[in-house]
Design a protein around this ligand. Structure first.
Ligand SMILES: [Zn+2]
Ligand SMILES: [Zn+2]
Ligand SMILES: [Zn+2]
Length: 112
């Protein structure tokens, strides 16, 4: 995990959850080679454990020098009547989203 390549570590992304790609607006440039080039996705793995929790992990890697910018983690699970999405990444930030799997949300209409 690297702290030198990002503008902000683990920025708050609210309900934004990515299982692919990079949040380039938070990329400050590679701390090793100082290049602000395209970030490559490497070692992308998608697994599902015995509890039905889906885990997607991959690394953000500098295209120029192979420096590892960060490890990206995305999980998806069903908790009761909700689908829960979570993202944790030094570059892309932290996010969490919940969606009801029922046609009608049991919590009622969301008041703004
Ligand atoms: Zn770095
Ligand atoms: Zn680099
Ligand atoms: Zn990420």
């Amino acid at each position: 995990m690297c702290h030198g390549c990002v503008k902000e570590e683990y920025p708050e992304r609210e309900n934004m959850c990515l299982d692919n790609g990079s949040f380039l607006r938070n990329f400050a440039g590679c701390a090793e080679c100082r290049k602000l080039e395209i970030v490559r996705i490497e070692n992308r793995k998608c697994t599902e454990d015995e509890n039905g929790i889906e885990l997607v992990t991959y690394q953000h890697v500098c295209l120029c020098c192979g420096h590892i910018i960060g490890q990206h983690e995305y999980t998806f699970k069903v908790e009761g009547e909700f689908q829960v999405y979570q993202m944790e990444c030094i570059l892309c930030g932290n996010g969490e989203d919940e969606r009801s799997i029922l046609p009608v949300d049991p919590r009622g209409p969301q008041l703004m």
